[in-house]
Structures are given as structure tokens and as C-alpha cells.
Design a protein around this ligand. Sequence first.
Ligand SMILES: [Zn+2]
Length: 197
Amino acid sequence: MSKLYFRYAAMNAGKSTALLQVAHNYEERGMRVLLFTAAHDHRAGQGVIASRLGLARQAHTFGPDTAFAREPLGPGLACLLIDEAQFLTPQQVRQLHRMAHVDDLPVICYGLRSDFRGEAFPGSAALLTLADDVEEMKSICACARKATMNVRIDGDGRRVQEGEQVVIGGNERYRAVCPSCFYSDDGGADAAPGLFN
Ligand SMILES: [Zn+2]
């Protein structure tokens, strides 16, 4: 029987790169995959999964109203790959878990675990609860410790510690940091002043 997989990490750990590599591995063996990403993620243009290493390809998009069980997935599908999975609703995670086990379709989700306030994304909390296979993707803080948290930085380079979980169309940037830097007032700016410029 198939599984629901959750691969989580802080920002810029290579989640999209890993997803595109898995898609390539399936397709190299003549198997069909479907790619989804969040509809409101405009970093790469709507419906595009882009790796920071330069790869990019078209993807379907999901919003809060997407019903994965009823999507016209078509015949012969080998795997469903979902980027920005922190934006799934808990109900969608339930649908995907059901697809893995009832429809025998492997579903691999990539996403953030926590937001810039250190709070869970509802989709990630549901994935951590239901996924059959959970794995952390490692990344490194500027101070060389393991990065597990995310810091939001505004257009002026200042850390933002309050606000909405999701900002659409703003000038915010994000940086992956270790918990020690996360709990420092400046979010680890001293460890890597150049990264704010
Ligand atoms: Zn650090």
C-alpha cells in the first residue's frame, strides 16, 4: 500500500529541488507524475515550481477549495508531488492521506514546518499528524548551527515578529535560522550581517 510522505524544512533547504528530482526519477522510468504548488505563491509565477539551482517546470495549483479526491488525475498516475504543502488545509491533508491508502497512490509533500513566529502552519501540523513517513531536510543557519526556524525580514531589512502568517505580494523575505538565533532580538543578524543586504 502507498504512503503519504512529508518532507519538511526551514526556508531555502532545497525542497523544490528535491521535488523536481523525484519527478525526474519517476519520468525517467516512463512513469507519470502530477505536480502541485500553492496558488498564492507568486515567487516563480503562478503554477511554476522553481528550484534555486535553476530548474523550473509547470505545476497545477491548489487553493483552499481544491478537493484532491475529486481532481481529474487521469489514468496511470504513479505519484502526486506537492510543493508549499504548508498551505494545504487539514481537510486536504486528510484527502491526500486517504488517496495514498484507499487509492494506492503515493503522495509526497514538501513544506515548511513553522512560520516566522515559530507557530505551526495548519497544513504542516496535519501532515505531521497523518503522514506515514516524515523526514526533516537539513539546512544551516548563518552561525553554522542547524536551521529549523524562519525569520521574516521586511523591505528595509528589519526583522518582523508580528503579522499575518501569509503575506501576498509584499516585499518580505525569509531566512532560515537556528533556534538560538531565532530567539535573539535581531534574528541572528550579527551572525551574518551580509545576508540582510
Ligand atoms: Zn544561528
